[in-house]
Design a protein around this ligand. Structure first.
Ligand SMILES: [Mn+2]
Length: 261
């Protein structure tokens, strides 16, 4: 099977459209959406674009999808009771989706498995096989890397969440991060994703950043300038981001993933 791994779109509809154009030219058999679709400037358009796709799509849910799709507890469409920037964005995104769409997002699986030529049985997850918010990078100590993969019996694991592509093997356990379509921390502009089968191909798709910034600005999303536009215009440096992630990486407060076996 030839699979496009499309992770961490974060409501960046322009980046998603550019990647989907390449995917349709690449003759893939299926698309795996690796989570964190709806936390960003165009959550509704991103969902609609993916559900209308003319290809088999498997959608696994990310931590941000989980937060956005929670039942509305307070606040109207135009106000957020939260002082926190990230929670204000979450509240805004929640109001962009219909109840039906929130239910749909909430009911997505946390993992999916496919056989991929050259990778073998391959598990797709968001953070790690055991949590949708676990942070694994190229600098993660080997013992924690291996611990995060306990419970995954597949030959290869595909993850996302940190928005940085990598391909790392420790004691025969292979973990591939597909990168981020909508909000990469790679130090270079573009939409990052992965084409799987045969083997692994990391991809970077260019798209019009200025046009996208204008489209994001028009969305009404709170803090769009500093959180989303700044990131796509000046993507954070890859190595600095890895150091930042490793400094805050902890297993203490993780939301644990339950796998159906
Ligand atoms: Mn995430």
């Amino acid at each position: 099977m030839r699979i496009a791994a499309v992770y961490d779109i974060h409501g960046n509809i322009s980046a998603l459209e550019a990647v989907l154009r390449e995917i349709s030219a690449d003759q893939v058999d299926a698309v795996v959406i690796g989570g964190d679709v709806v936390w960003g400037p165009h959550p509704r358009a991103a969902i609609e674009c993916l559900t209308e796709l003319d290809l088999p799509v498997t959608f696994i849910r990310g931590n941000a999808d989980r937060e956005v799709s929670k039942e509305v507890v307070s606040g109207g469409p135009g106000e957020s009771p939260n002082p926190d920037v990230f929670l204000q964005i979450t509240d805004w995104c929640r109001h962009q989706l219909s109840e039906h769409q929130r239910n749909w997002v909430r009911s997505r699986s946390l993992t999916a498995t496919f056989g991929v030529e050259g990778l073998g049985q391959t598990l797709f997850c968001h953070g790690s096989p055991r949590s949708d918010e676990e942070i694994i990078t190229t600098a993660t100590p080997e013992d924690r890397f291996l611990e995060a993969l306990i419970g995954a019996h597949e030959n290869s694991v595909i993850c996302g969440h940190t928005h940085i592509q990598f391909d790392r093997t420790v004691q025969g356990r292979r973990l591939i991060n597909a990168g981020s379509v909508g909000m990469p921390y790679e130090g270079e502009q573009g939409a990052y994703w992965a084409l799987l089968g045969p083997g692994l191909q990391f991809r970077r798709t260019e798209y019009d950043i200025e046009e996208t910034a204008a489209r994001m600005r028009a969305s009404g999303c709170p803090h769009v300038e500093e959180i989303f536009i700044a990131t796509i215009v000046n993507p954070p440096d890859r190595e600095a981001t890895i150091r930042h992630f490793e400094a805050q990486a902890t297993t203490a407060l993780l939301q644990w993933t339950e796998r159906d076996e």
